[in-house]
Design a protein around this ligand. Structure first.
Ligand code: MG
Length: 376
């Protein structure tokens, strides 16, 4: 690995200088890299996401989420990226900083060599998926901006085919749940967290306010498969459309049995991480929940969607608590999925980006190049 030339404070890497030109070949204008450039500058800085509400899952509660904001600059164009590190994923400021300090983009002549660059990033160390995602997203944003096209268009997707997004209701007291349901009025589908012993009360409380479709995320909270099947059957009667990660990921046989007998699709979340896991959950789950922070970014997420479809599985795209940066990046893929749980930016009150909009409950992709965001 080349020596890193400089650090911004204790956590930034500068590499090389720009040398990039456009050659007009008629329409569309094709950017051409001339000779060796080594022009990419990579920066990152920590950022703490402040949650609007205390967020409670089966695994615990929190009010902040650590994040890392990244930038790759080339030819005076900046691509933005982000790592979000909810504690249960095992990444932290320290681990992400250590990983990102390894990233040396000066060895690549062009940001357009995305496969090479992202393969190199992936091979720097195992795991570190949120850190890898922060490079992947920034690179996609940069390359899309250099191509002057949004990624949905580069992938050939129809922006009219974006799904409705679900709005997350965390586990809480009935009066708070009712307040959150009222807050979710603009959204057409609710995602209700279960798995802490008050499941029926949670659903009945939501139902006392609305008859909107509900999806349910148990976050591994159930441990008895017969009870799980009874609950899934009851949930179907309550207008629930699917159940995510009902049991601990190690309960493979029980989950496979539940999926076989379930009247609702059973979706894997904690049970899968990245591309190599898709085949492993086939036959055990009906579908997968893909998140950029789990899988390492847009390149892996796109590959996972294609694999899941080839295996006749449902696909959901989700997120962590994130700014509009990572959420809008994920939304670029949303015309390909069955369900989108992309509300992470709505759960924080210090978003630094403007990105996707929700219009009549549905994702509206920004008409901007790259991943579709601007700094506020
Ligand atoms: Mg989940």
């Amino acid at each position: 690995m080349k020596t890193r030339r400089n650090f911004i404070k204790d956590c930034g890497v500068i590499a090389g200088s720009a040398g990039f030109s456009y050659l007009s070949l008629g329409y569309p204008e094709i950017p051409v890299i001339k000779g060796k450039t080594s022009g990419m500058t990579f920066r990152f800085k920590p950022y703490e996401l402040h949650l609007k509400h205390v967020f409670t899952l089966a695994s615990g509660s929190r009010t902040v989420t650590p994040a890392m904001l990244t930038e790759i600059e080339f030819d005076n164009v900046t691509g933005y990226g982000e790592a979000s590190m909810p504690p249960y994923l095992g990444e932290s400021y320290e681990s992400v900083t250590s990983f990102l300090k390894l990233v040396d983009l000066s060895k690549f002549e062009s940001p357009f060599f995305m496969e090479e660059i992202l393969t190199y990033v992936d091979q720097l160390a195992p795991g570190n998926y949120a850190a890898k995602a922060s490079v992947d997203i920034a690179l996609h944003d940069l390359v899309g901006k250099l191509m002057k096209q949004p990624w949905y268009r580069i992938w050939g997707l129809n922006p009219e085919h974006t799904p409705n997004i679900s709005y997350t209701i965390g586990i809480d007291k009935p009066e708070i749940v009712r307040e959150k349901v009222r807050e979710a009025r603009p959204y057409k589908i609710l995602k209700v967290k279960l798995g802490q012993g008050n499941d029926r009360e949670m659903i009945q409380t939501v139902r006392s306010e609305t008859d909107k479709p509900i999806c349910v995320d148990v976050n591994q909270g159930w441990t008895d498969r017969s009870m799980a099947l009874d609950m899934v059957s009851w949930l179907k009667e309550q207008g629930v459309v699917f159940v995510e990660q009902p049991m601990p990921k190690k309960f493979i046989d029980d989950i496979g049995w539940l999926t076989q007998n379930s009247p609702l699709p059973i979706i894997a979340d904690e049970s899968l991480q990245t591309v190599s896991d898709v085949k492993k959950v086939q036959g055990i789950y009906s579908g997968i929940n893909i998140k950029l922070m789990k899988c390492g970014g847009l390149l892996s997420a796109y590959t996972m969607i294609k694999m899941a479809r080839a295996l006749d599985m449902k696909v959901m795209i989700g997120c962590m608590t994130e700014t509009s940066c990572a959420v809008t990046a994920a939304a670029q893929l949303s015309p390909l999925v069955d369900w989108a749980d992309l509300d992470g930016n709505l759960l924080i009150d210090n978003d630094v980006f403007d990105g996707l909009k929700i219009v009549d409950g549905k994702i509206m992709l920004p008409d901007r190049p790259g991943i579709g965001i601007v700094r506020k």
